[in-house]
Write a protein that binds this ligand. Structure first.
Ligand SMILES: CC(C)(COP(=O)(O)OP(=O)(O)OC[C@H]1O[C@@H](n2cnc3c(N)ncnc32)[C@H](O)[C@@H]1OP(=O)(O)O)[C@@H](O)C(=O)NCCC(=O)NCCS
Length: 140
């Protein structure tokens, strides 16, 4: 598996992944938001044999990085792509603190984040239209 830092020419590919993974989700990124984030924030894309498997998007804040989105295409799940994207991020983003928000119903993502040292920092009541959320932090 190989990871690359996305550039503006990857906007269409990222939008295709987004549309499949977050189809119908109110938080799904539009093509315009993806273009904005490509300019101002950090996307990493995971590839295998030239095929894109998924991406991770980090927003850089003053003293931490916020995981804004993590998406693995359905046919490539449970093969450690999400783990690989997280591991690569922690090695390559120069920061000690990371945060994220996740739906309380997303057991799989929560388990994945816990595996990488994230802990629940706050209960976010009605954060999503269909679920409460958790604020999770990794501080070490
Ligand atoms: C969440 C997501 C990114 C995980 O990607 P992935 O490549 O399948 O994940 P990995 O194979 O690296 O991670 C597997 C880990 O998830 C957890 N997990 C896997 N299947 C699970 C299940 N059915 N129930 C609970 N936890 C599960 C485990 O901690 C597992 O680690 P382990 O195999 O070492 O036990 C992917 O499922 C996805 O894109 N989902 C839709 C979008 C989404 O929910 N994004 C996160 C928004 S915050």
């Amino acid at each position: 598996m190989k990871i690359i830092k996305a550039k503006k020419e990857h906007a269409k590919l990222l939008y295709e992944i987004e549309s499949i993974v977050f189809c119908g989700d109110a938080f799904a990124l539009s093509q315009a938001s993806i273009t904005y984030h490509l300019k101002h924030n950090t996307f990493f894309i995971a590839y295998e044999n030239g095929i894109a498997l998924g991406y991770i998007l980090w927003l850089e804040r003053k003293s931490y990085f916020r995981l804004y989105s993590l998406a693995v295409l359905p046919e490539h799940r449970d093969k450690k792509v999400g783990s690989f994207l997280l591991e690569y991020s922690f090695k390559n983003l120069t920061c000690k603190t990371f945060s994220l928000e996740v739906k309380q119903s997303n057991e799989k993502a929560i388990n994945l984040y816990k595996k990488f040292g994230f802990e629940v920092a706050k209960n976010l009541k009605a954060y999503y239209e269909d679920s409460d959320g958790y604020l999770m932090k990794r501080e070490f």
